[in-house]
Design a protein around this ligand. Structure first.
Ligand code: FMN
Length: 418
C-alpha cells in the first residue's frame, strides 16, 4: 500500500490484525464518536457538512453525496438507506478491502447517513462471491448492535447471487426485493421511490466509509484533502495489469497524474516494457493511449480527456498485449452480464462481441470495423441503463485510438501487441 503524500483515511488500517474489531475501531478510528456527534446535529446540518466536504460518490458516477441526500423528501414515509457492496466492475477491489479491514467505519457511516435522510432501515447489498466479507459484516453489525451503537437504525446484510447488473442501483433494489435483477425506468429516482416504494438512498461502500471522518473533522477539512476543485477527500485506487507493483493505493483526490501512479507509485511497467494503453476507471471506461497519461487522475480531468474515473480501478496494458483480444474479453463480459431486458443492450452487445471475435480471429473484413462502430453507436445512450454504455464506450474508444491494431487483424498483418 502506498500513501502518495497527505493524509489518508484507509490504507493505514489495511492488513493489521484485529483492525476489524470494535476495540480497534474505538482506539484508532472514529469509534462511533462521529455517530454520537451526528446524533446531536440536525439532519440539515449533517447534509450541509457533507455538501461542504465535496464528497462525490465512489461507485462510478461521482455524484455529490450531500446533494443526493438532499433529494430525499421530508415526509413521514418509511425511508431506506442501501449500501452498494456489489463491487462488480472488472478491475475493482477497493470495497472489499474496506469491508475486510474496517467494517465498523462503514457501519458508522451508514448510521450517520440514515439519520441524515430519516431512514430507520439500512441494507448492505453485497455480491454473492463475497461470502467471507458478508460474514465479517454480520459480525461487525452484531458487535455494534450489542454495544448499543446502532440506535434507532437497524442494518441488514443482503447477499446477491453474483450479477453485474445488480450493482446498478435500480437492478440492485429489484434484487433486494426478491425480484429479477433488472433495472427500473428512471424517473422516478430511488431518492423518491426506491426500495419497497419508499424514498431510498443508494451509496457505495467507500462513499459511506468517508462519512464518519467528515462529521468528526468537518466538511471543509475533507474538501481540503483533495487537490482540485469540487473533489474532496482521498481516492482508493486499485491498480492491476502489467505494472511492477499492482495493488490498492490511496492518493489525495486529484493528487497525482496517471503517469505518477504508474511510474512513481507502481514502479513502472513490468519487465521494462513500454506502456501501450491505460483503462483508467474499470473495464467500462474508454482507454487512454500512452501519450495521454499526464492527465490528473480525477473525475473532471478524466472527463475532459474523453474517459472516466469510474470506480478508480486502473488497468495498465503493456506493448505486448493484443488490444483486440482485450476488448473482445471486455465485451464478452458485458454480453454475459446483460440482463436482456432491453433490445439495444441484449442484441447490440452480443452482435458487437461476434464481430469482435471475427476480427480477433483474423476472419473479419475492413467493413467489420465500421460495422462494429455502428453497432456500438446504436447501443450507446439508447439502452435502459448504463450497462449498454459500459460495452459501447470501450469499443468506440479502442477503435478510435488503436484502429491500426484492428486493421492489422483483418488484413492479416502483424498485430502490434502479438
Ligand atoms: C451496470 C452498472 C453496474 C454498477 N455497479 C456498481 C457497483 O458494483 N458498485 C457501486 O457502488 N456502484 C455501481 N454502479 C453505480 C450505481 O448504480 C450507483 O450509481 C452507485 O451505487 C451510487 O453510489 P455513490 O453515489 O456512492 O457512488 C453500477 C452502475 C451500473 C450502470
Amino acid at each position: 500500500m502506498y500513501i502518495a503524500g497527505g493524509e489518508t483515511l484507509f490504507v493505514q488500517h489495511l492488513g493489521i490484525t484485529g483492525a476489524r474489531t470494535l476495540d480497534y475501531f474505538k482506539k484508532h478510528m472514529t469509534g462511533y464518536r462521529a455517530a454520537q456527534k451526528a446524533a446531536g446535529m440536525t439532519t440539515e446540518a449533517i447534509i450541509d457538512e457533507v455538501k461542504r466536504s465535496w464528497l462525490r460518490g465512489r461507485g462510478g458516477a461521482g455524484f455529490p453525496t450531500g446533494t443526493k441526500w438532499s433529494f430525499v423528501p421530508k415526509t413521514t414515509a418509511q425511508k431506506y438507506l442501501v449500501c452498494n457492496a456489489d463491487e462488480s466492475e472488472p478491475g475493482t477491489f477497493k470495497d472489499r478491502a474496506i469491508i475486510r479491514n474496517m467494517p465498523h467505519m462503514l457501519v458508522e457511516g451508514m448510521i450517520i447517513a440514515a439519520r441524515a435522510i430519516g431512514a430507520s432501515r439500512g441494507y448492505i447489498y453485497i455480491r454473492g462471491e463475497y461470502e467471507e466479507e458478508a460474514g465479517i459484516l454480520e459480525e461487525a453489525l452484531k458487535e455494534a448492535r450489542d454495544a448499543g451503537q446502532l440506535g434507532k437504525v437497524d442494518i441488514f446484510v443482503h447477499r446477491g447471487a453474483g450479477a453485474y447488473i445488480c450493482g446498478e442501483e435500480t437492478g440492485l433494489l429489484n434484487s433486494l426485493e426478491g425480484l429479477r435483477g433488472e433495472p427500473r425506468d428512471k424517473p422516478p429516482f430511488p431518492a423518491v421511490k426506491g426500495a419497497f416504494d419508499g424514498p431510498t438512498v443508494v451509496n457505495n461502500v467507500e462513499t459511506l466509509a468517508c462519512i464518519p471522518s467528515i462529521i468528526m473533522n468537518g466538511g471543509a477539512w475533507f474538501a481540503g484533502l483533495g487537490r482540485i476543485e469540487k473533489s474532496g477527500g482521498t481516492r482508493l485506487v486499485g491498480v492491476s495489469g502489467q505494472v511492477n507493483r499492482p495493488g490498492l493505493y490511496e492518493i489525495p483526490a486529484g493528487g497525482a497524474t496517471i503517469r505518477e501512479i504508474i511510474y512513481d507509485i507502481c514502479g513502472g511497467i513490468a519487465d521494462d516494457r513500454q506502456l501501450r494503453a491505460v483503462i483508467p476507471g474499470g473495464s467500462s471506461t474508454p482507454p487512454l493511449s500512452a501519450d495521454e497519461i499526464d492527465v490528473v487522475y480525477d473525475i473532471e480531468p478524466l472527463a475532459c480527456a474523453g474517459s472516466m474515473l469510474g470506480s478508480a480501478a486502473m488497468i495498465v496494458v503493456s506493448e505486448d498485449y493484443c488490444l483486440v483480444r482485450l476488448l473482445e474479453r471486455i465485451v464478452l463480459f458485458y454480453e454475459r452480464e446483460s440482463c436482456g431486458q432491453c433490445t439495444p443492450c441484449r442484441e447490440g452487445v452480443a452482435w458487437a462481441r461476434k464481430i469482435l471475435s471475427r476480427i480477433e480471429r483474423g476472419t473479419g473484413t475492413d467493413r467489420d470495423i465500421s460495422l462494429l462502430l455502428s453497432v456500438a453507436d446504436s447501443i450507446n445512450g439508447k439502452a435502459l441503463c448504463a450497462l449498454g454504455d459500459a460495452a459501447a464506450l470501450p469499443i468506440m474508444g479502442f477503435v478510435k485510438k488503436f484502429r491500426a491494431d484492428f486493421e492489422a487483424h483483418v488484413r492479416g498483418g502483424r498485430c502490434p501487441g502479438a
